[in-house]
Each structure stands twice: as structure tokens, then as C-alpha cells.
Design a protein around this ligand. Sequence first.
Ligand code: NI
Ligand code: MN
Length: 225
Amino acid sequence: MVELTWLGHASWSLQIGEHRIVIDPFLSENPSAKQSPGEIDADFVLLTHGHFDHVADAAEIANRSNALLVANYEIATWFAEKHDVKNTLGMNLGGWAELPFGRVKMTLAHHSSQLPDGSYGGNPGGFLIECERRLYFAGDTALFSDMQFIAPEKIDCAVLPIGDLFTMGPSDSVQAAKWLAPKCVVPAHYNTWPPIEQDAQVWADSIRQAGFEALVPEVGEAVSI
Ligand code: NI
Ligand code: MN
């Protein structure tokens, strides 16, 4: 069993056995967050791309927890050089990384990836995580038809953005679910600010009508996958 907790926006924590993984930590300046970076301990920090609303608290959490920061090569190098993060693993699209809790593939995302100081942030991505479950975090992305090839085997849980404006919106995420065919779908990247407000229950109904389970955790709520 994997425990998935929404930290608000596109920030997630995962408990996989004894391992704590944090994805895209954005807390201190996130109006929807209920925890501060000082309250989050992690063994691994995974970053999908370089935008502020995904990396803002990564250095603080990684440095305090002595976590391994996993990101594309450009972002991993930037954190090592600009924020003195000691343990980094740079990877790139299509590659797998073997980690103590399972293996992680960096998947395609159609988006952009500039770092907060304007540095080049490489290509944006998502993560396919294989452990005792198979989880897919799409990251910030538009809908793209190659999603149907993301995982040859059944995805237990797909975390998809639904906020629209900066990423795909609710209706495109229903099409994404059809292509991914996961057991359950969890929404992300919405209700942080007014421009990305969405009614997650309406969205969940449309996911269920398409034949998939929808899980809509509150900020701070853990769901079991
Ligand atoms: Ni972004
Ligand atoms: Mn974003």
C-alpha cells in the first residue's frame, strides 16, 4: 500500500514502506498549503520541472532532511550549484532511475520549465513510479496522445492537473484518463488561486462517467492507493 497526501497545488507526499517522497514542494508561498516546509521531512524530493510553484521549497526540505533530489539534469545541477543541495540525481526524459523504494521514469510533459532565477530548466516532465503500486504524476502538461503509451501495464493511480489556463483543464483530463486507463484518478494543480479554480466534484463525476474511480483528497488528507 502507498499513502498519498495532497500538500496543496501540485505538491504531494508519498509514504512507500519506510520511504518518504515529496513531489514538487510548494508550501511557504502557496495559499492553499496547510504545512510549512519545516514540517515536511523527506528521503527523496522529486521535481517535475523548474517553475517556482513546483520547486520553491525543494532546497529547504532536501537540505534539512538530507534527501536525494531527483530532477532533470539541468534542475538537479542548478540545485547543487545554487542551493548547495548535496545529494542530487539528474535524469532526463525516457530514463528510469532505480531508487530504494522502487523505480522512477521521467515521462514527457508538454509545458515549459524555466527556473526561478531565469536559468534554463531543461524539459518539463512527469514521473511514473513503480513500487508495490504503479503511480503516474503527469506534472504540468497539456493533453497529448502519447499518454496512451506512458505505461504498458496497469496504472493504479494517475495524478492529473485539472486547473486549466497553465495546464490541461477538466475535460482534457478526462480524455487523458481514457488514454491512461488507470484504476483511479486524482486531481492536481487547481484551487490554489482564482485563475485555476475548478469544481473537483463535477470533475470527479465526469471521471466516474468515463469508467474510472476518482479520488479527491482535501489538502492534508492521505489516501491509500
Ligand atoms: Ni509549470
Ligand atoms: Mn505549475
